[in-house]
Design a binder for this molecule. Structure first.
Ligand SMILES: Nc1nc2c(c(=O)[nH]1)N[C@H]1C(S)=C(S)[C@@H](COP(=O)(O)OP(=O)(O)OC[C@H]3O[C@@H](n4cnc5c(N)ncnc54)[C@H](O)[C@@H]3O)O[C@H]1N2
Ligand code: MOO
Length: 519
């Protein structure tokens, strides 16, 4: 960090000292040294100016800030990506005049995730497992490893419709229309040189050495002949007992999130119910007087984009969203809701910054909460926070801008819930970038991408207030401070449903794809 900072190490060291002194002065809030550990990053005028310079370098034809440059690709229009005020009218610093400076060093993005992952002192996963019928287990987390209760297949099985045969041909067929069908009990042994009709999934009779597919054999006059070009090899088209697993084999580790496929596998392996982790309960508090629950935006009011999105997303992370409450900008209502919440995790949206109706910090102070993360060096979403309200009760404060809230969800809520549910971290999934991505000088960026072949293609509509890019994304690329060139390998955070999108998004003509610019 120091290397990249144009102000030099001494200035930064001084700032860190100031920040630490300030932290001590602030008493119990924040109480954790972790919050300050990764200085010296804090918002100040100099950094605001850097943001502005950075935005200059990007250029942004999406932006209609400067009418002089409209439509001129050589001279991109400029706006401060955070305030969207054109440069000629933008103040150099975003801090409201007269407002006290908030010198809180942001936690680095990797540290923020690590802090969130180790925040719970006692994983909910350690509680006694709940046995759930398969029909109710979807989306829950396995409390114990899933071991096979049977061999699979549980008997030697015909893989094709045709004839079961014993030894080399031609083969004698039984008189009449005898067939062995799926579900039949074990049939009589098949003598050498004999064959019998068999269906896919039926038990192979004792003595049979292979299956000949219907289309590869000719039957007539009580004899079966293999068609020319289709010699029979021993074992062909027989699925031997235990081919997929033996009884007692480990099929899945504890901590796996139960998907539709896992329900199928568990049923095949003999389960009627699954041992699941009790889900951490999450209460969602949506803040903002401006938010509408229905209809079109009007009179400066906008639709609540987060209320509908968060509960299903949390469920996909193995949590139990108990209720979504819209509290407006009412400090007392927020205090009462957080103080009285019986949930394991309270998730707030909006109100994390320093505006006149941003009540999250004051509420946490009032509750004497332990602030574990107070701002993260990530774009979008830097005002996100994580607090401990009680030994086993946490609050994740998501910023109000919708993509910033997604960033907070992936940065803080996902690791916290992962630990609470006893799930392992996903294996990092690096992919080469299909286009260069401009970075923030010192913050990590999370940018929606789609996979095209092996490459991650950055999407447009990636501004903090936009969901249009992430709505069609396969994941969010983690762009390190300073940016990443075309072809450079970056981590891509998966979205729980990304497999549903491979061909739907990013095709020719999809406006979500390029030309790519940071918004
Ligand atoms: N002085 C500063 N102001 C701001 C800073 C800063 O560092 N200093 N950071 C900016 C950034 S970045 C973000 S992100 C926001 C975060 O603000 P809050 O968490 O306090 O969120 P709000 O002010 O309540 O809302 C921000 C924005 O998002 C809209 N919003 C809120 N909730 C929803 C929702 N459920 N659905 C759709 N849109 C929502 C809200 O109307 C605002 O437009 O602060 C910046 N300011
Ligand atoms: O605009 Mo803010 O970066 O967190 O969304």
């Amino acid at each position: 960090m120091t290397d990249r900072d144009p102000r030099g190490g001494d200035a930064l060291d001084r700032e860190l000292d100031e920040a630490l002194a300030l932290a001590k002065d602030q008493g119990p809030y924040p109480r954790r040294a972790e919050t300050w550990a990764e200085g010296p990053v804090h918002r100040d005028d100099a950094e605001d100016a850097e943001d502005a310079d950075h935005a200059d370098a990007l250029g942004n034809p999406e932006n209609r800030g400067n009418p002089e440059n409209r439509g001129n690709p050589e001279k991109p229009e400029w706006t401060d990506p955070w305030t969207t005020v054109p440069r000629d009218r933008a103040p150099r610093a975003r801090r409201p005049s007269g407002a006290p400076a908030r010198h809180r060093p942001a936690t680095t993005w990797p540290d923020a995730r690590a802090i969130a992952a180790r925040a719970p002192r006692k994983a909910v996963a350690k509680a006694a497992p709940l046995a759930r019928p398969l029909a109710e287990a979807l989306g829950h987390v396995l409390a114990t490893p899933l071991t096979a209760l049977t061999d699979l297949p549980s008997f030697d099985t015909s893989a094709m419709d045709g004839w079961a045969l014993a030894g080399p041909g031609p083969w004698r067929l039984p008189a009449g229309e005898q067939s062995i069908l799926a579900g039949h009990a074990e049939s009589d042994p098949l003598p050498d040189g004999h064959a019998i009709r068999i269906a896919t999934g039926a038990r192979i009779p004792p003595g049979a050495t292979a299956v000949l597919r219907t289309e590869h054999g000719t039957a007539g006059d009580g004899w079966l002949y293999a068609a020319p070009g289709h010699p029979v090899t021993p074992g062909q088209d027989i699925r031997p007992r235990g081919q997929e697993c033996r009884s007692g084999d480990l099929l899945l580790p504890a901590g796996a999130l139960v998907t539709p496929v896992i329900l199928g596998l568990a049923a095949a392996a003999g389960y009627d119910e699954l041992p699941t982790v009790p889900r951490p309960r999450v209460e969602i508090l949506v803040l903002g007087d401006e938010l509408l629950r229905e209809g079109l935006p009007h009179d400066g009011r906008i639709r609540d984009a987060l209320g509908p999105m968060l509960a299903p997303w949390l469920r996909a992370l193995g949590a139990e969203p108990t209720v979504t409450r819209r509290l407006g900008d009412d400090a007392e209502a927020l205090y009462a809701a957080v103080a009285g919440s019986p949930a394991d995790v309270v998730l707030t949206t909006g109100g994390t910054a320093a505006g006149p109706v941003d009540h999250v910090h004051p509420t946490l102070r009032r509750l004497d909460a332990e602030l574990l993360v107070d701002g993260v060096a990530v774009r979008p979403g830097h005002p996100m926070l994580l607090a401990r309200l009680a030994p086993e009760k946490h609050l994740v404060g998501l910023p109000g801008n919708p993509l910033a809230a997604v960033s907070g969800l992936l940065t803080l809520a996902e690791p916290l819930l992962r630990t609470l549910t006893g799930r392992p971290a996903a294996t990092p999934c690096p992919a080469p970038l299909a286009a260069a991505v401009q970075g923030h000088p010192r913050d990590t960026r999370l940018v929606p991408v789609v996979f095209r072949g092996d490459e991650a293609l950055p999407l447009r509509f990636n501004g903090p207030a936009m969901l249009r890019g992430v709505a069609v994304a396969d994941g969010l690329a983690v762009i390190p401070p300073g940016g990443a060139g075309r072809g450079s390998e970056v981590e891509v955070l998966d979205l729980p449903w990304s497999a549903a999108w491979p061909s739907a998004a990013g095709g020719p003509g999809d406006p979500a794809v390029g030309p790519w610019h940071l918004l």
